[in-house]
Design a protein around this ligand. Sequence first.
Ligand code: GLV
Ligand code: MN
Ligand code: MN
Length: 408
Amino acid sequence: MNHLRINANRMMNNLAKVSEIGATGDGGVHRPALSEVHLAARRWLRETIEAAGLEFHIDAAGNHFGRLRCGPDGAPSLLIGSHLDSVPYGGRFDGALGVVAGLEVLETVRDAGLRLACHLEVVDFTDEEGTLVGLLGSRALAGSLTPADLENPRGGRETLDAGFARAGIADPIAAVRASETLAGFLEMHIEQGARLNKAAADIGIVTALVGIGSFALNFHGRADHAGTTPMDARRDAGLGAAQLMVRAWEHVVDTYPGAVINFGQAEFLPGAYNIVPETAALSLEFRAESQEMLDALERDLLELAERTAAAFDLELESHQQGCVPPAPCSPFVRSTLAKACETLGLRSIDLVSGAGHDTQAMTAVCPAGIIFIPSTGGSHNPGEFAEDSACENGANVLLHAALAGWGV
Ligand code: GLV
Ligand code: MN
Ligand code: MN
């Protein structure tokens, strides 16, 4: 089976087709989870799965699957996939490439008429990107999505409820799947950074994925006339928020090498040129490789926010908006992926993922792993890009990893 290869034309053609859905005209896509356009992309996936003669199904979290029954009756499935949702005005590779690559692996195995030790399923998980909750579908399947996660979602309750109504999702937590039905999970993704290109490597084998903490921080001061209120008599919530952003950035850079922090949204209210801001609402996210560092970061950042509020005579309200623990990838899957690279004559390196991925949730329930392929243009923007040859290499690695024994 060493000679077997995916059909790169078919896969890239599928990527081109799904990239038209929600295309923004600058090479990117806008497909926030469970928006009309995201659901249109999922209809395309369903039609493509059915046209390929695979068994289609949807679970209670809206996750989409196509199954190839290539194993013995009653055998578990190796899941291969990622997500079709995008960040707002994102790129066309993040997530979608992993889904079309999974589909391509199944079609290649089907065309070759192979029988394996397990079945194969391509999966498109719901809301990986966190415009609603984050890793919603993969955590639901893995049994780690809780009612609390749905009560206070990152994207706001109204957006979540509207998305669920559009997609017909009533109880996503019911999507939990018995681990006996899972042989493993494989994902392929663009690197979204420059390490592979720098190392002149073809494939990155992820050793672990960082943990992610997120908080909504609301500073409250007093709305005042911006012309008549002396500078030393203001309770300016915007100024407190601005100082926190700078101080927190400095603290993380100085004290937590390897960790990252982001204030991705800021809003001043009431919001006019001539009113001192009464409220400043910040969205804070931080990431670290170990739970210990994640906990320490959370403690430091919240203390700093409290001190900053006190210094500007403000009140602070903080709400945790979800927390994803760091996740080491399965040693079995890592070595299976490394062997696949060897078989294909591809040079691989090990690396840590600074991005969250569905693999993160799946590591808790089955042997799970993720590979990166070289990409340029960063990511979460329309300019993210991977060469056809890199996409082809990655999908061939998934294929050869899928052909391995999977412990069943
Ligand atoms: C998902 O791409 C994330 O890391 O936020
Ligand atoms: Mn992704
Ligand atoms: Mn992403």
